[in-house]
Structure formats: structure tokens, C-alpha cells
Ligand binder design. Structure first.
Ligand SMILES: Cc1ncc(C[n+]2csc(CCOP(=O)(O)OP(=O)(O)O)c2C)c(N)n1
Length: 321
């Protein structure tokens, strides 16, 4: 197996994990306001999926978006500054945790309304097909989003118009505190593709190589045949829905069993077994330095100037009275 690839995937997953652990700390110090939804445990999904994309591809996700932003090349300093509401943030401190954005790397957010990104992704994929840019749109959503109208509207248009889009349901087992078995009549979420119809698969989200392979096939289908795909990637979040959620709706045993499958730990062990210990330790230190630097940068950055409070807000000068 390609050792450079293993090291790179490990580096990216660890970067997300450490970024968010520091974010959790800053939140408890009340330096981050509003909501903070952590992606801890799910890192192999974003990193695996985005590692097989091309630069012209577009990416969207829901509000649990820090990992996708970083995996799509987003800068850790600008991400941390965004969490602290600073002017140097990736959305100039106006979006916060749920609305990371980085147009240079084709990362189109960070969407707070559950399922909203599904039809918008169909629109982005339509533009790619229309402009013949050979691009693919990758849209991540949670298992809680699949019962929302916009999910079905987006899936239907994607299939009807033969759009180069990949929908990834990150099945982390819960929508806020509600377990999947209370919302979905079948535990196989990939069958939601049948009615449109479109290609689909269920993937083990703890295995980053399985994620890469499934997304690679879907991207090929999108690029070459202009056809959409629905992937259900099974994963698990170790933290509560947000920092405000103590997650009492599951047992400690369930959590521990899932943590035993931790994709970062598993890949780290693989590196050690391949004799890559020194490199792994070097990466651990580099990531630690990068994240500490990002925290310092964010803390030292200024808040946006009050005079800019209304910038970028929509204003209608001729609104009918
Ligand atoms: C349209 C809409 N309805 C309700 C909410 C409130 N809400 C925020 S997160 C959430 C649960 C979504 O769960 P899931 O899609 O599984 O995503 P996860 O949090 O697991 O990543 C709900 C209902 C919302 N943001 N938007």
C-alpha cells in the first residue's frame, strides 16, 4: 500500500480531530458563541471522500462542517478564527461554526437548514454540466435529512436531469437525540435511491479506503456518464449533537464499542505495523504545532469592525410600501 497516501490520510484526519478538540476547549472557555457541532469520530468520511476529488469539483455539507472544510484544503487559522467570530475567519467571522465557506477551494458551505444543500447541490451540478467543466458536486448530509422534502426534490431532479452529483448520507446513527430506528422504516438507507432511480451503495465509514473506493466509482460515473449516485456511509459521532448535548440517549458501552473502531487510531496502528512510527510521531507533532498556531492566530485576530455590520446583508431599496 502507498505509504505516502497512508501518511497523508492520517495527517488530514488528525488535523480535524485536534482542530475540534481545541474548539471544544475554547467553547467551554466561552470564546466561541452560538452552536458548535463536532465531527469527532466521522473524520474518515470527509477525508476519504474528498481525497479522490479533482480541483474543479464542488463540495457542500450541513452545519457539521469543520472537517469537510479542512479536508477540502481550508486553512486551519481561518477556520479557528471563524469559530471565534474574528474578521480573519473563512467567512470573515460572520458565519461561525455552521457556515464555514472557502470558495477558492470550491467548498460551498456549511448549511444550517437540514437538507437545504441537497437541491442546491443539484443546481451546482447542473451548472457544471451546462458549462462542461468536467466537474462533480459532492453533497454530504445527515441521516436526519433523508425525511425532509428538499432531499426528495434534489434527488428527483438529479436523476431526471442526469446530473454529476454524489449524495453522501453520513449515517452517524442519530438526528440530534433521536436514533435512526425511530425515524427510518428500513435501516438500509441506500434503498432511498431506488425510487428515482439512481446507483447506490452502503459503505463502512470507519474504513477510509472503502470510502475512497466507493466515492471514486461514484465520481467516475458522474464525470463520464453524467449520472448521480447515493452513498450511505455508516459512521458514528463520539460527542453529543452539539456542545449543549450530554448525549444521555446512548450507553457508555455503545460509545466505547464505536471508539474501538476509531479510524485515526486504526490507521495510526497500521502505520506502526508498517514501520512508519517515526513519520507518525513527526506528523503528530506537526499537527499539534499547526493547531496551536491556529488557536493563537484566532485569539489575537480582531473582531470585525462595527461599521461593517451591515456589509453583505441583502438590502432592497425599492421594497413596495
Ligand atoms: C429544516 C430544519 N428542521 C429542523 C432543524 C433543527 N435541527 C438541527 S440539526 C437536526 C438533526 C439533523 O440530524 P442529521 O441530519 O442526522 O445530522 P447530524 O447532526 O447527525 O450530522 C435538526 C432536526 C433544522 N436545522 N432545519
Amino acid at each position: 500500500m502507498d505509504q505516502d497516501l497512508i501518511a497523508d490520510l492520517y495527517r488530514q484526519m488528525l488535523q480535524i480531530r485536534r482542530f475540534e478538540e481545541e474548539a471544544a476547549r475554547l467553547y467551554t472557555e466561552r470564546k466561541i458563541g452560538g452552536f458548535l457541532h463536532l465531527y469527532i469520530g466521522q473524520e474518515a468520511v470527509a477525508v476519504g471522500a474528498l481525497s479522490v476529488l479533482e480541483p474543479q469539483d464542488q463540495v457542500m455539507t450541513g452545519y457539521r462542517c469543520h472537517g469537510h472544510y479542512l479536508a477540502r484544503g481550508g486553512n486551519a487559522r481561518a477556520g479557528m478564527a471563524e469559530l471565534l467570530g474574528k474578521a480573519t475567519g473563512c467567512a470573515q467571522g460572520r458565519g461561525g461554526s455552521m457556515h464555514f465557506y472557502n470558495v477558492e477551494d470550491n467548498f460551498l458551505g456549511g448549511w444550517g437548514i437540514v437538507g437545504a444543500q441537497v437541491p442546491v447541490s443539484a443546481g451546482v451540478a447542473f451548472a457544471q454540466k451546462y458549462k462542461k467543466d468536467n466537474g462533480v458536486t459532492l453533497c454530504f448530509l445527515g441521516d436526519g435529512a433523508i425525511n425532509i422534502g428538499s432531499f426528495h426534490e434534489g434527488m428527483s431532479l438529479a436523476s431526471l436531469w442526469k446530473l454529476p452529483v454524489i449524495y453522501i448520507i453520513e449515517n452517524n446513527q442519530f438526528a440530534m437525540g433521536t436514533p435512526l430506528e425511530r425515524t427510518a422504516p428500513s435501516e438500509d438507507l441506500s434503498i432511498r435511491a431506488l425510487g428515482y432511480p439512481m446507483a447506490s451503495a452502503t459503505v463502512d465509514g470507519h474504513d477510509i479506503f472503502e470510502v475512497r473506493s466507493a466515492v471514486h466509482s461514484a465520481a467516475q460515473r458522474a464525470r463520464e456518464q453524467k449520472l448521480p449516485t447515493l452513498l450511505e456511509i455508516k459512521t458514528y459521532r463520539y460527542r453529543g449533537h452539539s456542545m449543549a448535548d450530554p448525549a444521555k440517549y446512548r450507553t457508555k458501552e455503545e460509545l466505547e464499542a464505536q471508539k474501538a473502531l476509531d479510524p485515526i487510531f486504526t490507521l495510526g496502528e497500521k502505520m506502526d505495523s508498517l514501520g512508519m512510527n517515526d513519520l507518525r510521531e513527526k506528523i503528530d507533532q506537526e499537527i499539534e504545532n499547526e493547531i496551536q498556531d491556529a488557536v493563537q492566530f484566532a485569539e489575537e485576530s480582531p473582531f470585525p469592525d462595527e461599521s461593517t455590520a451591515l456589509d453583505y446583508a441583502y438590502v432592497s431599496y425599492n421594497y413596495p410600501s
